[in-house]
Design a protein around this ligand. Structure first.
Ligand SMILES: Nc1ncnc2c1ncn2[C@@H]1O[C@H](COP(=O)(O)OP(=O)(O)O)[C@@H](O)[C@H]1O
Ligand SMILES: [Mg+2]
Length: 327
């Protein structure tokens, strides 16, 4: 039981900065602060929906958790183990437990490999066939994503967008991961196909007790699949909590604006809040609260001091908001 209660994934104060280089000496003159101090935890079998405007750092955060981007500071712990601090062999083993599903399956599946090769490449590399033939293993994975074995000797381009996304999910599952980072996995698909892929992800989560980090700009999809939701703005988390609490009674002015643009079941339709200006560049973030230049409620004090930390609302434990104006 104790194992179950401890978060399976712990992300603490993670920063990912990309250097900007200039001049003949190629010197670092500034940094793009794509992810700038993000913390959260995730339990086995649970889904965290990650939302926020394009460029706020969602993909970079997902990649950093999987060890695909160098973390400038902070820690990512799986089952209490910090994998940035592990020797390479052990790190490879841990990394296997976390896989990514991308928005564009066309780009993430090697076009020169057959489905059989695509689905068993990782199994061969990690020596995980355990007595199964490659055909048996690939057939089992295809069945998991609702496809027939007649797909085995075909190439990715011969399939529709929805089927290709099923193949990339099968490929991600091949190494028996515990965590899938799904980065806009249905955004490129037709609406009718989106629901099928979402249902597949829900079924697989139950069957294999998977955890998901589900990145999407479609809040209605996030609502269906997530238990927890986190709202990102300019490399920071501004609001986080149970999906009903955040979506039905958003407290951060940014979340309120984001949600005012879409109808959410359970929340009365209100006035659409139009934010002034655009998200500033993460290479030159504003001082104080990162949202203050666009915030309809900002006061003089919001433009100074440290970035406001995420704090639990007194009336709603577990619902966290990073705003000085809320108590
Ligand atoms: N490899 C990179 N080098 C430099 N800047 C990057 C790189 N990847 C992402 N960025 C920048 O980091 C910020 C966050 O990007 P990203 O994580 O892709 O946001 P999102 O997925 O929320 O749209 C953006 O300003 C983007 O331009
Ligand atoms: Mg992205």
């Amino acid at each position: 039981m104790q194992q179950q209660d401890r978060p399976f994934l712990e992300v603490s104060d993670v920063r990912v900065w990309f250097p900007i280089r200039k001049g003949v000496l190629n010197r670092v003159v500034a940094h793009v602060r794509a992810v700038d101090g993000v913390s959260f935890t995730l339990r086995q079998g649970e889904t965290l929906g990650l939302v926020g405007e394009s460029g706020c750092g969602k993909t970079t955060l997902g990649r950093a958790i999987l060890g695909l981007e160098p973390v400038r500071s902070g820690h990512v712990l799986f089952d209490g183990e910090d994998f940035t601090a592990l020797p390479e062999r052990r790190r490879r083993h841990l990394r296997r437990r976390c896989q990514m599903v991308f928005q564009d399956p066309q780009a993430s599946l090697n076009p020169r490999l057959t489905v059989l090769e695509l689905l068993t490449e990782g199994l061969r590399y990690h020596r995980l066939l355990h007595g199964e033939t490659p055909e048996q293993a690939a057939g089992r994975l295809l069945a998991d994503v609702g496809m027939d074995t007649d797909a085995l000797y075909r190439y990715p381009h011969e399939f529709s967008g929805g089927q290709r996304q099923r193949l990339s999910i099968a490929r991600a599952l091949s190494l028996k991961p515990q965590l899938l980072v799904c980065d806009e996995p249905v955004s490129a698909l037709d609406v009718s196909v989106q629901a099928q892929v979402i249902n597949l992800l829900l079924d697989l989560r139950d069957k294999y007790h998977l955890s998901y980090i589900f990145i999407s700009h479609d809040l209605s999809v996030v609502r269906i699949i997530s238990q927890q939701v986190a709202v990102m703005y300019l490399g920071h988390m501004v609001e986080m909590g149970p999906v009903e609490a955040v979506m039905e009674s958003p407290r951060h002015p940014y979340t309120q604006a984001l949600l005012s643009a879409v109808p959410v079941p359970g929340r009365p339709a209100g006035q659409r809040i139009i934010l002034k200006g655009e998200m500033p560049s993460p290479a030159a973030p504003p001082p104080g609260c990162p949202f203050h230049p666009r915030c309809p409620h900002a006061t003089e004090a919001c433009a100074h001091g440290d970035v406001p930390p995420l704090r639990s609302l007194p009336d709603q434990p577990g619902h966290l908001v990073a705003c000085r104006l809320l108590n």
